[in-house]
Design a protein around this ligand. Structure first.
Ligand code: URA
Length: 433
């Protein structure tokens, strides 16, 4: 078999066999296939697409290219969730303890933030002492003891994806649905859970800008998951505007703790309930109404909050910070952002607001940058709200005063004001089963 023939076959629009896809992944990972040949094949896939059969095979080969986590040492149904990335997206901090309180086993690997989007591992590390780098034995033991453990991704999970993603980034081939779907699902399959719920975001702050594209991606990922024998669903949710009111690591932990403690209703609560309910349906095979009532009960009867405290303690974190969030370290500088106009807020661009939060120090520009855990934004107004000139629409926080002016400029460029009332897009567009 020659890579040259595989490239020309895909270039001419033909379906690749399982053997050809396996040959490509194995030989690319071991260095036998050069980057320029892999790049040519990626571009051919980008232009000609892939059938569902090809995409499932590609994903399984990528998943098998490194460690496949063995979760068989954990009793019960193992569940996982994945978000395609967003701003203010602290859903894992809420959904994981909720479903663990209901009896699911959450053995979850999460990522760090990059670009304008945040990552769960950074948020958890904002809690003093919280350890996201447990050994595999400790990870499994913690899930068996408490029902929940969230750690960072191990170095050798789906190495084919690591190599291919870097190449796609440099060759304008990121935005291909089979390539995005196989990239995400290869890591989910390698992480070993029985049930997976995907939160596929659409809007200005998301990979997929329209709900229609998000739906295509969601359908592809659900097909792959089912093809690999998993129970899987996707929930398509709005990321035109940030989720919830707080953006930035400590601020997001505080907002999640408030919701777990009080069950307060908000856009964030609604997305969390939808994700947790879909996980519960998959895990226990019960109907949606029964699952939703279990989820709402766990949120309001204190069980999910208790589970969150248990998780923080089990992973070495200082749970007194969660019990009294005023004790979290605070940023040295705070600035109020005032509305420059009267009217309705027609849009709050999630990408610009996420980028403003990165400027304040809450995120990284390159993957080796440090993070200011206290930095971020509290939104006081969101899309659809009415404001008067001079009203406080947000507060910015940072330890570096010099960053405030440029962050404010970036932040305000994300706000669109209108004389007419505007409605938010649907928070939950569709569930793909
Ligand atoms: N996230 C991933 O892990 N891979 C992609 O291709 C896009 C988003």
């Amino acid at each position: 078999m020659r890579i040259y023939d595989i490239i020309s076959k895909k270039r001419d629009g033909f379906e690749l066999t399982d053997e050809e896809i396996s040959f490509f992944i194995k030989n690319y990972v071991n260095g036998e296939i050069a980057d320029y040949q892999a790049a040519a094949l990626l571009m051919a896939i980008y232009l000609k697409g892939m059938s569902d059969k090809e995409t499932v095979t590609l994903t399984l080969e990528m998943a098998k290219s490194g460690d496949m986590l063995d979760l068989s040492g954990i009793d019960g149904v193992k569940v996982d969730k994945h978000s395609t990335g967003g701003v203010g997206d602290k859903t894992t901090l809420i959904v994981a303890p909720v479903v663990a309180a209901i009896g699911c086993k959450v053995a979850k690997m999460s990522g760090r933030g990059l670009g304008h989007t945040g990552g769960t591992v950074d948020k958890l590390e904002a809690i003093k002492g919280f350890n996201t780098a447990l050994s595999p034995e400790n990870f499994i033991d913690t899930v068996n003891r408490t029902g929940i453990c969230v750690v960072g991704q191990t170095g050798n999970l789906a190495p084919a994806d690591k190599k291919l993603y870097a190449l796609r980034d440099a060759t304008a081939t990121v935005g291909s649905i089979p390539l995005i779907a196989s990239s995400i699902m290869s890591k989910k399959l390698a992480a070993g859970s029985d049930c997976i719920v995907l939160d596929v975001k659409y809007g200005s702050g998301a990979f997929m800008k329209t709900p229609e594209d998000a739906l295509l991606l969601a359908e592809k990922m659900v097909t792959i998951g089912k093809g690999a024998g998993k129970r899987v669903r996707a929930v398509i949710t709005d990321m035109d505007t940030p989720l919830g009111k707080n953006i930035g690591n400590t601020l997001e932990v505080i907002e999640a703790a408030e919701i777990l403690r009080s069950g307060t209703d908000s856009d964030l609560t609604q997305v969390c309930i939808a994700l947790a309910t879909n996980i519960t349906v998959l895990a226990f095979g019960i109907d949606y109404i029964e699952a939703e009532s279990r989820v709402r009960a766990a949120l309001t009867n204190g069980e999910a909050y208790k589970k969150f405290l248990e998780m923080v303690k089990a992973q070495g974190g200082d749970a007194s910070l969660i019990e009294n969030t005023d004790n979290f370290a605070k940023a040295k500088h705070r600035k109020e952002v005032l509305s420059p106009a009267d009217g309705y807020i027609a849009a709050t661009d999630a990408e610009k607001i996420g980028s403003a939060s990165v400027v304040l120090g809450a995120g990284r520009v390159t993957k080796d940058d440090g993070i200011d855990y206290t930095a971020g934004i509290i939104l006081h107004k969101k899309t659809g709200d009415i404001v008067k000139k001079g009203d406080v629409i947000a507060e910015l926080f940072t330890n570096d005063e010099a960053k405030l002016a440029s962050a404010e400029e970036m932040f305000i460029s994300g706000f669109v004001f209108s004389e007419k009332e505007t409605e938010r897009k649907p928070l939950i567009y569709r569930v793909v089963e």
